[in-house]
Design a protein around this ligand. Structure first.
Ligand code: SF4
Length: 334
């Protein structure tokens, strides 16, 4: 609770009347669109994810970066493209997550990207597998103005950890976390807030009690137990936890599985945010990992025009009328 409060206070500090007004417009247009079943958008995105790179050092089995299975182009975000996005969005953006697919710390100028967004008045966050929290990077992260660092670690023994984080070294993640936490303490810095994120699967759920003690001892600011998205969940998977509290899926009773949350024809995300791939393409959300629904490209059109174009509104209209017709929405808990 304490971490959420500290983060919220900092988030509030980055707000402006213009950003709040924009948020209100989005909120009202979302509800009005649901009533009339037609998309109306009266504001601009309040949150964004930007992908620094598709490269990754690991080989996680439920991730297209890890499996090297993208059909879309792969590469590194150019700084000039990043600046273009930030310059166009800084007046209405309240939250920037510098992550989509890949390991962001493989981008050679990652701290500079964060710093540019922070100086533009945007609250920044990122996610990492924790293998690059080196002495050099830790200093640069703290200096960059990053507000939230999510470190994914899904096991507290090497055997369980590497079962999902294939190719990962748990000792390296622990060492990096230790370095960052102690450097922050030395410098008396409160940011970035460090969130340890544990994707709960059928293979690691038994470690949760021990994990809670571990997280407290090392001194992360928050521990998040996250449900895992599983492809082909319908026929069951050993990755689905037994404890349904940590699962997005529940058994149907006939050997098949279904989403725990009932799918409704709505999605707030389509009104409040979007995702940029490393090459400047705008996607509707982070479930579109392979870029099947490209709404436009920042190098060709202003974000305002992409956000309101026919393709985007046709997607929103489909969502409001029958979401089950969109493949990526079938496995989404939004
Ligand atoms: S997958 Fe569909 S329902 Fe889920 S967040 Fe994306 S657009 Fe919304």
């Amino acid at each position: 609770m304490k971490n959420k409060w500290i983060t919220f206070r900092e988030f509030f500090y980055y707000l402006s009347l213009k950003k709040l007004g924009n948020y209100l417009l989005l909120f009202c247009s979302f509800y009005w669109s649901r009533v009339i079943k037609k998309p109306r958008i009266w504001g601009l995105p309040t949150t964004l994810s930007i992908e620094p790179t598709t490269s990754c050092n690991l080989r996680c089995p439920e991730c297209p970066s890890g499996l090297r299975s993208f059909t879309r182009p792969t590469g590194m975000l150019e700084e000039q493209v990043f600046r273009q996005i930030i310059d166009q969005t800084k007046d209405h953006l309240t939250y920037l997550h510098l992550y989509f697919q890949g390991e962001p710390f493989l981008h050679p100028n990652f701290p500079e990207l964060i710093s540019y967004a922070d100086k533009s008045g945007i609250f920044t966050s990122t996610s990492t597998n924790g293998h690059y929290l080196t002495k050099k990077n830790v200093g640069a992260i703290i200096d960059s103005g990053l507000k939230q660092l999510i470190v994914s670690m899904d096991g507290i023994t090497q055997e369980i950890y590497q079962d999902y984080r294939v190719g990962g070294k748990l000792a390296k993640v622990e060492e990096g976390l230790f370095e960052l936490i102690h450097r922050k303490r030395e410098l008396k810095k409160r940011f970035p807030r460090i969130i340890l994120q544990f994707l709960v699967t059928g293979k690691n759920e038994h470690q949760i009690p021990e994990l809670k003690i571990w997280a407290k001892n090392i001194g992360v600011d928050e521990l998040q137990l996250k449900t895992t998205q599983i492809y082909g969940f319908e026929n069951g998977s050993e990755l689905i936890p037994q404890n349904t509290q940590y699962s997005r899926y529940i058994p149907n009773g006939n050997g098949t599985w279904k989403l725990k949350k009932e799918i409704q024809n709505k999605c707030w995300r389509m009104w409040q945010g979007a995702v940029f791939t490393w090459d400047g393409k705008l996607l509707p959300c982070c479930f579109d990992k392979d870029g099947q629904h490209v709404m436009g490209k920042i190098q060709e059109n202003h974000l305002k025009d992409i956000w309101n174009n026919n393709a985007y509104n046709a997607f929103r209209k489909q969502l409001l009328n029958d979401r089950t017709q969109i493949e990526i929405c079938k496995n989404c808990t939004e």
